[in-house]
Design a protein around this ligand. Sequence first.
Ligand SMILES: [Zn+2]
Length: 481
Amino acid sequence: MKTKEDIIQWLYQNEEPYIKMADYIWENPEPAYREFKSSKYQADYLQKAGFKVKWDIGGINTAFVAEWGTGKPIIGFLGEFDALASLSQKVQTTPEPVVEGAPGHGCGHNLLGTAGLAAAVAIRYWLEENGMNGTVRYYGCPAEEVLAGKTFMARDGVFDDLDAALNFHPGSMNSVSKGSMVGLSDIKFRFHGRTAHAGGAPHLGRSALDAVELMNVGVNYLREHVTKYVRMHYTITHGGDLPNVVPAEAEVWYFLRAHKPEEMEELITRVRKIAEGAALMTETRVEEVFQGACSYVLSNHYLADLQYENMKLIGPIQFTDAEMKFARQLSDQYPKEYFTRAVESVKLDATDQHLLDEVKDKPLWGVNFPAFDQDRVDTGSTDVGDVSLITPLAVVFTSCGPVAVPGHNWGYTAAVGSSMGHKGMMHAARIMAATAYDLFTDPIHIQKARKEFMAARNGKPYKNPIPDSVQPPKYSNPERS
Ligand SMILES: [Zn+2]
C-alpha cells in the first residue's frame, strides 16, 4: 500500500475479518458497560495486528485504547459496541426476536466500532510499509447508549494528545455532518420519607412518592421557561410497593438536555431547586444520584468537507436487487411518514439536487451527500460530544439500512445484521481511512481543522460534565479475569 487508492483497495480486498467481527458482535449483543465479548474480540484482533492495548480506561473494564506507531500526528478512530435492551431481532422483514427480551443492535454499534477498527488496521499497515512517522489509535468505547462511556474515558485524559478524531455512525444515508447535538445529564432523585399505614395512620407518614409527584409537577411548570433546546424527560423508577403503605422510598430518573455547558449548569440548578422544594413540601429528604453526562457536539466543518471529498472519490454504495427487495419489504412495516421525513431532511444546493432525485423513489440509498445539516442542532445526544470538545472531530454517516427504518427499532437491528449493514460499514471504513491518509500526508489539513477548532472553542478549556465523585458502574468482566 502506497497511495490512498491502495488503502481503499486494501479495504475492498480484506473485508472478510471485519464482516465476521461485526456479525460476531451482532450475534452477541451486550448492553452498556457489559460489552465483555465484543471488547475482547476487538482488542484481541488488534493485539494480533501488532497494536499495543491498554485496558480499564476511565475505570471501565470494557474500555480500551489500541495504539500503533510513534510520534506525530496522532489520529484516533472512535469505536462503540454496546447494544440496546429488548431489541433482539432476526435478519428478516417481520418482527421476531432471536431471543425474547434480549438486547439487540438496534443502533448498529456492531458496525460502528468495526468500521473504525478496520480503518485503523489499514492505516497501521500503510504507515509501516512506508516507514512513516505517526500514531494511529483505535478507541474501544463502551456505554454510548447511556451517554457516558467516552465522558468517563475523557476524564482519564486519553483523547488529550489527539490531532484529530474520526467517528462514524450507521445511518440510512451517506453524508458528513456539520450539525450539533445537545448535552445530557443523567440524574436520579431519590426521596426518603417515613412509612405508615395508609388507612390507619396516614398522618404519621411522609410520602416519598408525593415528593416525586410534586417534583414532576414543578418540572412540568418549568417547561414554559426554558430555551428551545432544553428537554426534560423522566420516568418513575420506584413509587412504593402497595397502595395501603405510605412509601418511605421513591425514585424518579431524569434525562436533562441543554445545548451548551452554561445552559446545562443552569438547568441542573433549577431542577435541583424543584427537588429540594418537593422535599420541603413533603417533609422528606432528597438524595441526588448523578449517573453520567455528555457534552454537546462540535463538528469540524473543514474535516467534514475533507471526508466528503473522499466519499466522492470512493463513489456510491452499490446495492443489489436482492438488498433493494429486502429493504422495500422492511420499509413496508413502517408508516410512510418515516420515509417522507427522511426525504425532507435532505436540504441540498441546486447543484447537488440530482443526488436526491436519483434515489428518492428507492428504499435504500447508496449515493453520497455533502453535509446538509449545517447549523442544525439535533435534540439527541451522544458522548462523542466530549471528544469533539477536546480535538477536531469528523462524523460520517453511511447507509446501513432502509431510509424508512428508524434507529433504536427492531427493523434497524435486522438491517445492520445483513449485507446492507456490512456495505455501509466498509464504506465508512474506506472514507475514514482515506481521510486519515490525508491527515498523515499533508499537515495543512490538521492545521486548518485545528484553526477552526480553536476559533470555535474561543479559549475555553474543556470541562468534563461528570462530577469528580461519580464513578462508572462496576460489573465483573468474565472475559478478563
Ligand atoms: Zn448509536
